[in-house]
Design a binder for this molecule. Structure first.
Ligand SMILES: NC(=O)c1ccc[n+]([C@@H]2O[C@H](COP(=O)([O-])OP(=O)(O)OC[C@H]3O[C@@H](n4cnc5c(N)ncnc54)[C@H](O)[C@@H]3O)[C@@H](O)[C@H]2O)c1
Length: 424
């Protein structure tokens, strides 16, 4: 039934050419499909067509290598010629912390307009349990009904959550097991035939809602465990204990313990965001997600904790935060990525600036910052700035930079990751 996937004669589309969609589009093309990426951002469409990557995990040479099978457009009309479409759209929180599914809704309406018999639609975006069947499917069914088209018979809908970990080299998009679920048995079969050519291992589950929950639980697991170890740091600090020693000792247990490390907070487009989709859903069914709420409070406290450490260290040296020169090393939300979205380093800079510090930063991957009202350009003379700074704070480690040795002569050095030296 799905021979065109098995023999890769299918033509497929990826909607949303961001951190998730572009690597997927390249992987689909590399497996032999003819791929069209669809994005509302004309600059991204042009870049893909000119074989210029803007995503760290995709090299220009990958785009060149897939050139015969990969193109991009802003026009959903291409879907008329496609057998499958994967949706990799952003699912952020709005200003009030609620799920913002506006991109998914807009795109779902576009896809519905171009729905045709045989189309397989796979949602990849992270969202609350029920998104595929309660939000996406009704949009498609509204277009299908007048034609007498049935999901699972005429067209196929599935959910398969993205597990991209930007900057990671040991697990690739192909080798990372991929959870997959269809609205019906035929939908699952269609999605398995489509993705079976690209991913080494598919993990089928019984429903899209179970797959959505599994994805949210993965990220919530990290969110909660990071908050737990952040609280360990706060507790050790109060008790005058070396948190690193305590954690290293606990981690010698060969079973029943997974080591997480404390830091400046949590960042990125996923870990601090996705659990709130689950919390929102639980509220919607008159229940609650208590761990998520508590973990969110603890993680959000970390930037304030580190700024307080700066203040204490400066105070011991007879200085105030106001007017002091503070250099923050690393602005990305995690190691080895050029992405400062939701980065706790930005929260630290924001607090330092609000308190009147002359706050500066350096990050080899982030030449300039425009996040949460923090508008800064990375310092050019790093060594000179280390010498001039009253305090240097390491926020984000990058494997190519040994911040601790670069900043070894700093007047005060605070390392959120998480050796604390000098000052206090
Ligand atoms: N980035 C990650 O590390 C990661 C990892 C796992 C899962 N996810 C999830 O994957 C999804 C995508 O994340 P991302 O980081 O790739 O987002 P992104 O912001 O990098 O990319 C989304 C792309 O969608 C485009 N877009 C927005 N609205 C559109 C529309 N109506 N039609 C066509 N294109 C449109 C944007 O221009 C952008 O290029 C999110 O749900 C995210 O939570 C992300």
């Amino acid at each position: 039934m799905f021979e065109h996937f098995h023999n890769r004669a299918a033509r497929v589309a990826v909607v949303g050419l961001g951190y998730v969609g572009l690597p997927l589009a390249v992987a689909l093309a590399a497996s032999g499909y003819e791929v069209t990426g669809i994005d509302v951002d004309a600059a991204k469409v042009d870049a893909v067509n000119q074989r210029r990557s803007y995503v760290a995990d995709v090299a220009d040479t990958d785009l060149v290598a897939q050139a015969p099978r990969l193109q991009a457009t802003g026009d959903y009309a291409i879907l008329a010629q496609c057998d499958a479409v994967s949706i990799c759209l952003p699912t952020p929180l709005d200003r009030s912390g609620q799920p913002d599914l506006s991109s998914l809704l807009a795109s779902g309406r576009e896809i519905a307009q171009h729905l045709h018999p045989g189309l397989t639609i796979v949602l990849e975006s992270t969202s609350y349990p029920g998104t595929t069947t309660e939000l996406l499917l009704p949009l498609l069914e509204a277009a299908a009904q007048p034609q007498g088209w049935q999901v699972g018979e005429t067209f196929f809908v599935a959910f398969s959550p993205e597990r991209v970990d930007p900057g990671r080299a040991d697990w690739t998009i192909r080798t990372t097991p991929k959870i997959i679920a269809g609205v019906t048995g035929n939908c699952l079969a269609a999605a398995q035939a489509y993705y079976g050519q690209v991913f080494d291992s598919l993990v089928p589950v019984s429903s899209p809602t179970a797959a959505e929950m599994a994805k949210l639980f993965e990220n919530t697991y990290r969110f909660v465990n990071i908050s737990l170890v952040n609280e360990l740091l706060l507790m050790c600090d109060k008790l005058g204990l070396d948190c690193r020693e305590v954690l290293d000792a606990a981690a010698t247990k060969p079973f029943g313990f997974a080591k997480f490390t404390p830091g400046p907070g949590v960042g990125g487009p996923c870990i601090p965001v996705d659990p709130h989709y689950l919390a929102w859903k639980m509220k919607a069914v008159n229940s609650s997600a208590r761990f998520i709420e508590l973990a969110g409070r603890i993680n959000a406290e970390m930037p304030r904790y580190w700024v307080q450490k700066v203040q204490e260290a400066l105070s011991s040296a007879g200085k105030a935060v106001k007017g002091s020169r503070v250099l923050v090393l690393g602005a990305a939300y995690k190691a080895d990525v050029a992405d400062a979205r939701e980065s706790p380093a930005v929260d630290i800079l924001q607090r330092l600036l609000q308190q009147g510090a002359e706050a500066r930063y350096h990050d080899p991957y982030i030449p300039s910052l425009n996040e949460k009202g923090v508008l800064l350009t990375a310092v050019a003379d790093l060594e000179g700035e280390v010498q001039k700074a009253d305090c240097v704070l390491i926020a984000t480690a990058h494997s190519v930079y040994d911040w601790a040795s670069i900043a070894r002569d700093a007047a005060i050095l605070i390392d959120t990751r998480f050796t604390v030296q000098g000052g206090y």
